[in-house]
Design a protein around this ligand. Structure first.
Ligand code: ATP
Ligand code: MG
Length: 417
């Protein structure tokens, strides 16, 4: 779990603002849900036999004896909220969220125990049009951020009936090769054989490659859905790769699943992942309402932005360091408040803690501020202030308050140091 310090917080703010602007351009609205939920919500939605529920959740019993979990992902909470708050009465509800998620994993680059996701969920639309919209939205993220080297992988997990049928075929196949399976996969074979396809164990890759292919079992309507989606993506100029092994780590998906992957992040190659989960809302006690969503990992996206050198320079240094004396302190603080009111983007650092002009000038210099604004007793007597450009050899100037605002206003936008 990481502390986030400046200047990294500036990078986060930049990224969050960019992504929010794009989500709003597709008319998605933000939802915020609690970090804690009943443990059962996650075991019932994500699935008992998944990495998350089996070994990654931070779970505890609270003072009332309730079994609670720090949310490991956002979809289950959104669905719970949508059911409880009656959001499902309006079909086509488009929501987005962002915030910390918690998984007890082995920390490494791009994998943390508290990490941040930004995601979106759409309820009540079943066609491939909304799948295409969601994917286009994510594609626009990368485009706007100037990222490249991201590939869209796409697959269809079909309907529940075909998945059950395919599941049987997989069980038969892997049972024939039981001795080649590792411990994890042997355990999954009974409850969740699809997850074996997702195994990262290099020794299993040949066996997995020869397993029956989902696409051979796809039902007609799932096949049509997938074809229409790929046609829309082609029209939108969004390249994709069909990856028949893409099953995703969570149980609730059906039909469309997708991941955006990159070779630039080492082992943690998935930046964004999502899919359709038409059965989940009903499974959690709501009406049978189709749904689709995605989530992206903010830390991985920031690593990628850094890697590809796509983060702009940020300067949040003060524009002005205000120098005062004991006797001008209250007028000085009042002046600073007035300036902030008139010039809301001006960054003023007011000197605190006393000291003579010399020490204050030293601190002004060290602060990185562009100007020192001096309010001494002489200035008060003459109802003026002195402004010294700390980054040039220009002589200092004396101004009244109106002149000061008139001087700062036009140069505020181009002030860099
Ligand atoms: P992975 O296969 O990398 O473990 P996942 O399938 O568990 O990912 P999802 O649950 O689909 O991931 O979460 C969506 C995205 O959130 C991931 O693609 C990734 O970018 C990010 N993410 C997931 N787990 C972590 C983590 N522990 N630390 C940082 N980011 C994460
Ligand atoms: Mg994971």
């Amino acid at each position: 779990m990481n502390d986030l310090l400046p200047p990294h917080t500036h990078h986060w703010q930049y990224l969050e603002t960019k992504l929010q602007t794009i989500l709003e351009s597709y008319a998605y609205q933000e939802i915020r849900t609690p970090l804690l939920e009943a443990t059962e919500l996650f075991s019932r939605s994500i699935g008992e036999v998944t990495d998350i529920v089996e070994k990654e959740m931070f779970t505890f019993i609270d003072r009332n004896g309730d079994n609670l979990t720090l949310r490991p992902e956002g979809t289950a909470s959104c669905v719970r909220a949508a059911i409880e708050q009656g959001l499902l009465h309006t079909p086509g509800q488009r929501l987005w969220y962002k915030g910390p998620m918690f998984r007890h994993e082995r920390p490494q680059q791009g994998r943390y125990r508290q990490f941040h996701q930004l995601g979106a969920e759409v309820y009540g639309l079943k066609g491939p049009d909304i799948d295409a919209e969601i994917i286009a939205l994510t594609a626009r993220f990368w485009k706007t951020l100037g990222l490249d080297n991201l590939t869209l992988q796409l697959n269809s997990l079909g309907s529940k009936v075909t998945r059950d049928h395919y599941r049987q075929q997989l069980i038969t196949y892997f049972t024939q090769h039981l001795s080649q399976l590792d411990e994890d996969s042997q355990r999954r074979l009974k409850h969740n054989p699809l997850r074996i396809l997702d195994s990262k164990n290099p020794h299993l890759q040949t066996l997995i490659a020869q397993a029956p292919q989902f696409s051979d079992y796809l039902d007609d309507s799932s096949h049509t859905h997938f074809t229409e989606l790929t046609q829309l993506l082609t029209h939108l100029n969004i390249p994709y790769q069909v990856n028949p092994r893409l099953v995703r780590g969570l149980d609730y998906y059906n039909n469309t699943v997708f991941e955006w992957i990159t070779p630039d992040l080492g082992a943690q190659s998935t930046v964004c992942a999502g899919g359709r989960y038409d059965g989940l809302i009903e499974q959690l006690g709501g009406k049978p309402v189709p749904a689709i969503g995605f989530a992206l990992g903010m830390e991985r996206l920031l690593l990628l932005l850094t890697q590809q050198n796509k983060l702009p320079e940020f300067n949040k240094l003060p524009h002005i360091y205000l120098i005062l004396t004991e006797l001008t302190l209250s007028s000085g603080m009042h002046l600073a408040e007035t300036l902030r009111e008139i010039l809301p983007t001006l960054r003023i650092l007011t000197h605190c803690g006393g000291g003579n002009f010399k020490t204050q000038f030293k601190k002004a210099d060290k602060s990185g501020a562009r100007f020192a604004l001096i309010l001494g007793e002489d200035e008060i007597a003459q109802q003026q202030v002195t402004l010294k450009d700390l980054r040039s050899s220009q002589p200092q100037i004396t101004l009244n308050q109106t002149e000061l605002v008139a001087y700062l206003n036009p140069i505020l936008n181009q002030l860099t140091t």
